[in-house]
Design a protein around this ligand. Structure first.
Ligand SMILES: Cc1ncc(COP(=O)(O)O)c(CNc2cccc(C(=O)O)c2)c1O
Length: 459
């Protein structure tokens, strides 16, 4: 919409008619939302012509960057040919088959079948029903409990938000639903105390074994986890964590679900987080980078063994109108073609992620930065008033984070805060020059927030 109404008019209409996700509506209405009108590469443009570097790739999803018209062409072509049909009643269509075949080829291990949805949330809802149906089909209907982690994010439907461990979400709507059990997260910086990261990683992983023992292995269906917790603040687990989780899952009859909605499709410097952390899941949640956000699509990659049990158990009574939507599937296919043909994941692994790691970890020299961590093209810093003790701020969690986030916008950088952590998840096409620009703006914003916080006595 190039000739759009004036910003003020758009903001007033937005305030009158649009309820925003995860937003205090009245506060935003008073302030007026920033109207993003276009984007190209790693740059957003708003209705006032302000250009911002999008270090969040939208919401962790625009892996190939903005402005790739090939995806618009793929969508238009598919829309003209077959704009919609379902895969419910003994039917399928070419994009559904082509994408499923491509995913089976790209996704590691024996995850060769996909159940399609529209988002990460509904894919995780699918996962709950899949794993419970799987165990019932194997004659163990009591294996219904799914173990997850505090501060995990798995989506915002009733079931996915219950899988997640965000207490602020559980407080609204009477969550979690029954038979979801949360263990502690492997967040060494905030919770490791005097333990080394290695000891802490084992201690947190072993909580899974304890939970299985307490609940009873005959009642536990699965464990779900993000290779790296994204919305929880980009919590990269200690090296000892995932090997121990895998050992426990292998030692006990429970399914392992890797939620790769963020980590998937190149984010961690390999195609999947499972490649980076050597995880062998039975089910993998995918969305976001699957289509680079150009069209809504998600799904569950399912292992041969699980898929076979489900296939031989009669009708699996589950699915969505837009499961395998042909236009979304066509866009996702074109997205994966670009990722592959332009060797974007290889370049991240070999060139830009190493450079980002080098630059990002320099932030740890700043007096307010307690820890700077990177994995591929996702990174975070923990801000602290007392680095040596990894101490939190006296001000309510997020006060400094919000100050820093606002300084970022002033410095033409979109960088998120989660509490008093700053996080980035930029498009994978970021160049070394882009990284230098990002680092300049990030450092300046952190330093400005630091001086502001000191002036306001928040230390
Ligand atoms: C690991 C993971 N799993 C599932 C979902 C849910 O996907 P959908 O949103 O498509 O239903 C997500 C989504 N992650 C997400 C979504 C919205 C905001 C933020 C944030 O960090 O502010 C993060 C996610 O990060």
């Amino acid at each position: 919409i190039t000739n759009h109404p004036p910003t003020k008019e758009l903001q007033e209409l937005d305030a009158a008619h649009h309820m925003h996700p995860f937003t205090a509506g009245a506060e935003l209405a008073a302030k007026g939302a920033r109207v993003i009108t276009s984007a190209k590469g790693v740059t957003l443009t708003d209705s006032e012509g302000v250009e911002l570097m999008d270090a969040m790739a939208g919401l962790w999803c625009v892996n190939i960057g903005y402005g790739r018209h090939e995806l618009a062409e793929a969508a238009a072509r598919q829309m003209r040919e077959l704009p919609y049909y379902n895969t419910f009643f003994q039917t399928t269509h070419v994009p559904a088959v082509a994408l499923a075949t491509k995913l089976a080829e790209l996704v590691p291990g024996d995850l060769n079948q996909v159940f399609y949805g529209c988002s990460g949330s509904d894919a995780n809802d699918t996962n709950i029903r899949l794993v419970r149906h799987y165990w019932a089909a194997k004659g163990k209907p009591d294996k219904k409990v799914i173990i997850s982690r505090k501060n995990a994010y798995h989506g915002s439907t009733v079931a996915a938000a219950s899988l997640g461990g965000m207490s602020a979400m559980h407080a609204q709507g009477g969550l979690p639903i029954p038979d979801i059990h949360h263990i502690d997260e492997p967040n060494w910086y905030a919770q490791g105390g005097d333990l080394s990261p290695e000891e802490f990683g084992l201690e947190r992983a072993r909580q899974l074994e304890q939970a299985i023992a307490e609940i009873g292995e005959d009642r536990v269906a699965a464990f779900i986890a993000e290779p790296i917790q994204g919305a929880g603040g980009v919590i990269i687990p200690p090296e000892t964590y995932w090997p121990e989780i895998q050992r426990i899952c292998d030692a006990h009859e429970i399914l392992l679900i890797a939620d790769e909605v963020i980590c998937g499709f190149g984010r961690t410097g390999n195609w999947f987080g499972c490649d980076t952390f050597n995880i062998r899941p039975d089910i993998m949640t995918i969305a976001k980078g699957l289509s680079s956000g150009y069209a809504p699509i998600g799904g569950s990659m399912v292992s041969d063994e699980v898929a076979e049990v489900i296939a031989n158990a009669g009708d699996f009574n589950h699915g969505y109108t837009y499961s395998a939507h042909p236009v979304s599937a066509a866009v996702a296919l074109e997205n994966l073609r670009i990722l592959e043909e332009e060797k974007i994941v290889d370049t991240v692994r070999d060139v830009t992620a190493p450079y980002l790691a080098e630059r990002w970890t320099e932030l740890a020299d700043h007096p307010m930065i307690g820890e700077a961590k990177v994995c591929g093209m996702v990174a975070s810093v923990a801000m602290s008033p007392d680095k040596a003790n990894r101490a939190p701020f006296q001000a309510p969690a997020g006060t400094i984070g919000l100050m820093c986030r606002d300084r970022c916008f002033e410095n033409k950088l979109v960088m998120r805060h989660v509490g008093d952590r700053m996080i980035i998840s930029p498009p994978l096409i970021l160049t070394k020059d882009d990284i230098d620009t990002l680092m300049d703006r990030a450092y300046r914003s952190i330093d400005e927030a630091y001086l502001l916080a000191k002036k306001e006595g928040l230390f």
